[in-house]
Ligand binder design. Structure first.
Ligand code: PGA
Length: 264
């Protein structure tokens, strides 16, 4: 039997949608009905935190689990409006997305991301840490900014906690409605090797080789297969397409097929 870590991780980042719990429940039920049938895929749905409790009632088992899109830098303090990683854990969610570019764009520093990563891991959540360059340049400067971002986002994160860490590589130029293009599986493969090298230099080679790395940025049912088969990744983080049950279900089924060929 495979453990969840050995499965392909398909993560749905619903962002700030849908606008009602009824709609959230409808989408989740549809995704779940496909996710629970898959043996090679772990489906992680990250709704707005306000829907967590309602959806959690419907998320028994380990094939389809819930996550959130951010958390606080403290477990318990006077942080009006923030959500503690322990609250998330106690609610039954297993994952938290941290350092998403849309949160970073609202002023979140690498230092804050690193604090959240360390605390969420300590709280027993699995962390999906988003990293990615703003733009690509011909002479490879973007690799340096990627390295600096990874370093900065992991300051103070102990080696012993890294078993719970997943990296999501999400180049900004490939994310969201304004994206002109997504990455290619071939270019992604190279970047994934580079990310492993950065992690290896920072911690240890065996940790870097085992760390799940996901790709995110305009993933849909037409390009998921290429990324999963040839991109060297352990899964994908899906934004817009994850709110469309038909498209997301197609991605889940593609991941299952690719997983059958590659995961023993
Ligand atoms: P997208 O978003 O799939 O809509 O490009 C990905 C993300 O922001 O995580």
């Amino acid at each position: 039997m495979t453990t969840p870590q050995e499965k392909t991780l398909i993560v749905a980042n619903w962002k700030m949608a849908p606008l009602s719990s009824k709609e959230a429940s409808k989408i989740f039920t549809a995704l779940r009905s496909v996710g629970v049938t898959l043996t090679k895929v772990e489906t992680v749905v990250c709704p707005p935190v306000i829907y967590l409790e309602g959806l959690q009632k419907n998320a028994k088992g380990h094939r389809v689990v819930l996550g959130v899109q951010d958390c606080a830098t403290e477990v318990e303090r006077r942080h009006t409006g923030e959500i503690s990683p322990l609250m998330i854990k106690n609610m039954g969610a297993r994952f938290v997305i941290l350092g998403h570019s849309e949160v970073r764009a609202r002023g979140e520093s690498d230092e804050t991301v690193a604090k959240k990563v360390a605390l969420a891991l300590k709280s027993g959540l699995r962390v999906i840490l988003c990293v990615g360059e703003d733009e690509r340049d011909e002479d490879g400067q973007y690799l340096r900014s990627l390295k600096e971002q990874i370093h900065g986002s992991l300051v103070g994160v102990p080696k012993s906690a890294l078993g719970g860490l997943v990296i999501a590589y999400e180049p900004l130029w490939a994310i969201g409605e304004d994206a002109k293009t997504s990455d290619t599986p071939e270019a992604l493969f190279e970047t994934v090797i580079y990310i492993r090298k950065v992690i290896s230099d920072l911690y240890k080679k065996d940790i870097a080789m085992k760390m799940p790395i996901l790709y995110g940025g305009s993933v849909g049912d037409t390009n998921a297969e290429g990324f999963l088969r040839d991109g060297g990744v352990a899964g994908v983080l899906v934004g817009r397409a994850s709110r469309d049950p038909q498209v997301f279900s197609a991605i889940l089924r593609i991941a299952e097929e690719v997983g059958k060929k590659t995961i023993s």
